[in-house]
Design a protein around this ligand. Structure first.
Ligand SMILES: [Zn+2]
Length: 176
């Protein structure tokens, strides 16, 4: 048998397998949507808290809050609570820049005021609810937005009562 003298036959170019395309719908739709819902829910929270607490710092009593100096402060800081308390009206109160930023939330005084206005059981319940872990998915945000849209037209007293009687009943996991 005659052997081929061409030991280094030119190789056929390797066939390239095209990179698997990930459906853009799968990746892209979820994130921005939940981001938008978060933003929408937070706007509603701010609106409700402003109506309920007025332009007075709930913590130190400073009045005449306006514009960027009118904050919505978290009693249990946003960084250390889950989505459940992050948007919970019991945990949110009008706050001045000094209490919310300079004093890092002014926690001790914040707690004293919560007990004074809403009672100690109310304060204790918020601490207990810190343990509640929920799945903060699109449904959670949509339900919360629906609830807050409904109450966002209420007046100060009605919102205060709503906050006061609320006992942090979590949405059951099965419904999330
Ligand atoms: Zn203040």
């Amino acid at each position: 048998m005659k052997r081929s003298g061409f030991k280094n036959k030119p190789r056929k170019p390797l066939k390239r397998t095209p990179l698997r395309k990930v459906s853009p719908n799968k990746v892209k739709t979820k994130k921005p949507r939940i981001g938008l819902l978060k933003k929408k829910l937070w706007e509603l929270c701010k609106q409700i808290i402003r109506t309920r607490d007025g332009s007075i710092c709930f913590i130190c009593g400073k009045s005449g809050l306006e514009g960027s100096g009118w904050h919505t402060g978290h009693f249990i800081p946003s960084a250390s609570c889950g989505a459940f308390l992050r948007y919970d009206l019991r945990n949110l109160h009008s706050s001045c820049y000094n209490c919310n930023i300079n004093l890092g939330g002014n926690g001790a005084e914040f707690y004293r005021r919560i007990v004074e206005v809403y009672g100690s059981d109310f304060g204790e319940q918020i601490f207990k609810d810190k343990q509640i872990s929920i799945k903060a998915d699109i449904l959670f945000y949509e339900e919360k937005i629906k609830e807050y849209k409904e109450i966002s037209s209420w007046n100060k007293n009605k919102l205060f009562d709503y906050t006061r009687v609320y006992r942090g009943k979590p949405i059951p996991e099965s419904d999330v």
